[in-house]
Ligand binder design. Structure first.
Ligand code: OSB
Ligand code: MG
Length: 375
């Protein structure tokens, strides 16, 4: 990305808290609200937005919205100011961010906002700036852990009726086989996968082996959040492809997973790997090495959701990801237009420059819990 960043007029932080339509349970928590840190940058009179995919608590990753706020305010924005003054390109800024170890979610929020800015300055949609092709995106839903298998079946039924292209169900120890069995009995044919969010260890191998009989597309992150090696031992013992999510923070992790044969699929969450540009580099590597890829979600508001949609216009995104309708999570989002499923279950790319979505000021105000002007 050789385009110059240009002069930055202001950087502002908003924290919003949106109630979820239904509580979302994973093996690590129950979420009733989505709290998101938003970065707003103005340059040459053009406003752009980025969203941090961290949560209030460090249960999915060590990053939280508070750590992201600290890293953005005290480290990334000063580097952005230097880059802007020295006439750096976005690639140059990315290089200067490397000095800060980790904190990919904070970096992604800033970098993605700048990509939105560059696209808006060039008057092109984001997908065009990153080399994607205009096309409809496949949909996928992630269904949280339910109280009973019957409640899960009801949720799956609704998703199938809406024409979602694939269904992911969250599982944890003790809420796995009985639930998969129940779903498969009613829906023997659907494209189905499970996500354990690191709830198992190799001590559970006999249980995990039994998952093979459910004809799953894949099992996402069965073992520890930071593991690559033990997944390679597990993959040798099971037929179901393993997909890594939490364990993959950068391209080097993907290379290690490939060499060790720890998985056959990578969940590319652009926010977890430091933004759209890193996500695309990982995408390219996976495509060249026969690793499946799909775009993961983090219950994003319409801003982050739009970035995920544009990402999927790039070559290689042939598997449906975690891209669902806005109304699946929120009564009212802070942006227009909301994401909706077409009758065939596909999702259209938001039309217009940059991400193509517009923040609605009243909704931002109504859901705002914190604001600070950083520059
Ligand atoms: O592991 O994929 C995950 C949500 C929060 C944290 C982790 C995960 C998820 C999801 C939701 O599965 C995906 C979505 O945005 O719909
Ligand atoms: Mg996951």
């Amino acid at each position: 990305m050789n385009l110059k960043i240009g002069k930055i007029e202001s950087v502002e932080i908003y924290m919003v808290k949106l109630p979820l339509v239904n509580p979302f349970e994973t093996s690590f928590s129950v979420e009733t609200h989505k709290e998101a840190l938003l970065v707003k940058i103005i340059s040459s009179g053009i406003t752009c937005w980025g969203e941090c995919v961290a949560s209030p608590a460090p249960y999915y990753s060590y990053e939280t919205n508070e750590t992201a706020y600290h890293i953005i305010k005290d480290f990334l924005v000063p580097l952005l100011q230097t880059a802007s003054a020295k006439g750096f390109s976005l690639a140059g800024l990315q290089k200067s961010f490397l000095r800060i170890r980790g904190h990919n979610m904070a970096k992604a929020a800033v970098e993605n906002a700048l990509l939105d800015l560059l696209a808006r300055k060039e008057s092109v949609p984001l997908y065009e700036l990153i080399g994607g092709r205009a096309r409809k995106i496949m949909s996928g839903i992630s269904i949280g852990i339910k109280e009973t298998p019957r409640a899960l079946i009801e949720a799956v039924h609704k998703a199938v009726e809406s024409r979602y292209h694939r269904i992911k169900m969250k599982i944890k120890r003790g809420k796995d086989i009985e639930y998969m069995e129940a779903v498969r009995e009613v829906f023997p044919q659907i494209d189905l996968m499970v996500d354990a969010n690191s709830d198992y260890t190799m001590a559970d191998i006999e249980t995990i082996k039994k998952f093979d009989k459910f004809d799953l597309m894949m099992i996402e992150q069965p073992l520890e959040h930071d593991d690559i090696y033990f997944h390679s031992l597990l993959q040798k013992e099971i037929k179901t492809p393993i997909c890594l999510d939490e364990s993959i923070k950068n391209l080097k992790d993907v290379e290690a997973a490939l060499r060790m044969r720890s998985c056959r699929v990578i969940n590319i969450k652009q926010g977890r790997v430091g933004g759209i540009l890193n996500a695309s580099a990982i995408r390219q590597f996976c495509c060249a090495n026969d690793l499946g890829i799909w775009s993961g979600g983090m219950l994003e508001t319409g801003i982050g959701r739009a970035f995920n949609i544009h990402l999927q216009t790039l070559p290689g995104f042939v598997l449906p990801g975690d891209t669902s309708e806005t109304c699946r999570y929120f009564e009212e989002d802070i942006v227009d237009k909301p994401v909706v499923l077409e009758p065939d279950g596909f999702i259209e790319i938001p039309k217009g420059e940059g991400t193509g979505v517009q923040v609605v000021p009243e909704r931002l105000e109504r859901n705002k819990v914190f604001y600070e002007k950083l520059t």
